[in-house]
Design a protein around this ligand. Structure first.
Ligand code: SF4
Ligand code: SF4
Length: 102
């Protein structure tokens, strides 16, 4: 499989690692990923807006927790810089290289 690769100004090849998912059961809504992201990937939403049937969690407290949680507004806008994962204190974000579109 051929994946999307970039090249630095100095001519070094690198492989972008695109954000795929957020573990919203671990997210504390701190907003660090939102602030560091150069694109429009994230949105902070109220936990009330989550579809809890879509989230697999073993923690009953999660369902009733108040406050905000990060959500992927447009994952396809990601450029794969991985800055969000460097600043996330809870390790919520998962990344993958992406295949080159045929
Ligand atoms: S990898 Fe970079 S562009 Fe993608 S969501 Fe994280 S900070 Fe934003
Ligand atoms: S940095 Fe991590 S814990 Fe903070 S809002 Fe983003 S995903 Fe949630």
């Amino acid at each position: 499989m051929t994946v999307i690769t970039g090249i630095t100004r100095g001519g070094v090849e690198w492989t972008p690692s695109f954000v795929i998912t957020i573990d919203q059961t671990s997210c504390i809504g701190c907003g660090r990923c939102y602030k560091v992201c150069p694109r429009k990937v994230f949105e902070l939403i109220d936990r009330d807006e989550l579809d809890l049937d879509e989230i697999e969690d073993d923690d009953d407290d999660f369902d009733d927790a108040p406050g905000m949680v990060m959500n992927l507004a447009d994952a396809l806008d990601c450029i794969g810089c991985a800055s969000c994962s460097r600043v996330c204190p809870k390790g919520c974000l998962s990344h993958q290289p992406s295949p080159v579109a045929a």
